[in-house]
Design a binder for this molecule. Sequence first.
Ligand SMILES: Nc1ncnc2c1ncn2[C@@H]1O[C@H](COP(=O)(O)OP(=O)(O)O)[C@@H](O)[C@H]1O
Ligand SMILES: CC(=O)N[C@@H](CCC(=O)OP(=O)(O)O)C(=O)O
Length: 318
Amino acid sequence: MHPTRRHTALPKAQTLIEALPWLTRHNGRTVVIKFGGNAMVDQELKAAFAQDVVFLRQAGLRPVVVHGGGPQISAQLTRLGLESEFKAGLRVTTPETMDVVRMVLAGQVQRELVNLLNRHGPLAVGMTGEDAHIMAATKRYARVDGEAVDIGRVGDIESIETGAIQALLDDGRIPVISSIARSADPSDESEGADGTAAGDGCGVYNVNADTAAAALAAALGAETLMVLTDVEGLYADWPASDEVLSQLTAAELEKLLPELASGMVPKMEGCLHAVRNGVRTARVLDGRVPHSILLEIFTDEGIGTMVVPDKREGEPTP
Ligand SMILES: Nc1ncnc2c1ncn2[C@@H]1O[C@H](COP(=O)(O)OP(=O)(O)O)[C@@H](O)[C@H]1O
Ligand SMILES: CC(=O)N[C@@H](CCC(=O)OP(=O)(O)O)C(=O)O
């Protein structure tokens, strides 16, 4: 080989070799990746995200994508002249808003992600939590100054049926899930004001996408939950300083939770729920960094914030 060509080829081999222990360790493991609406505004980043997810699948992992789309929902509500209001980080969801949430998440954002992934082959299959009874939810109230406030059709996951997702994974597909759940109460279906059960927002709930991703990661017994967002990770003292916490235990995170501000609350609550329910690591990553997923999984220098379960006597650190 020509010396110059060898010179440029060698670092590539080194990078691949550095990935070997990680490839071995993660082989056959499920990874749930939450792609946030704020991290999905740039076309190139979205394409790089799709490449990373397909790479994981080709490398023998079982990736599942759960997506948000808060900014996209807000933009559509504004276009329609409807109000967009948040309480404690959750969208106030009237039946009319619910229709828009469903239309944007399932009809636009999910379709776009599925199409980006399927540029690489017949891999991605999009579903909402309503499909095949994947997610059932009950009404969630927002906590504002210690009071429970009614915010409409916002739900908290009550139960998850993983069968359809597992079947897709076994078939080598990449499930792409929108964070909409059916009501856990069967009588909810017929509550529509004008008697129309379908399409009026009744019988379904708007679930925060971080909450949905964390619940799914726990139900699937995932190795890792990765939450992509538009900051480097969890800042220790936000907004005063941009020092990122690189690793913390569940107990350390639990202490921090009351001090966190709105956008980070469902993310970190989700990470805590995941690691307390069998997920080995939960990470918050900067979705603005191209290929952040690969950097996190396959290199020695992880980026972002990693939450690990509380250490039990004699256990090695993840
Ligand atoms: N301690 C913190 N560390 C990092 N970001 C924080 C913190 N507290 C609040 N935030 C805010 O949370 C935002 C991320 O949440 P959100 O806007 O809901 O993102 P996404 O659309 O990706 O779900 C950040 O952009 C930041 O403004
Ligand atoms: C109840 C609630 O707030 N649901 C969110 C669902 C989408 C979401 O979570 O999107 P991001 O991850 O991009 O924020 C919403 O309506 O905006």
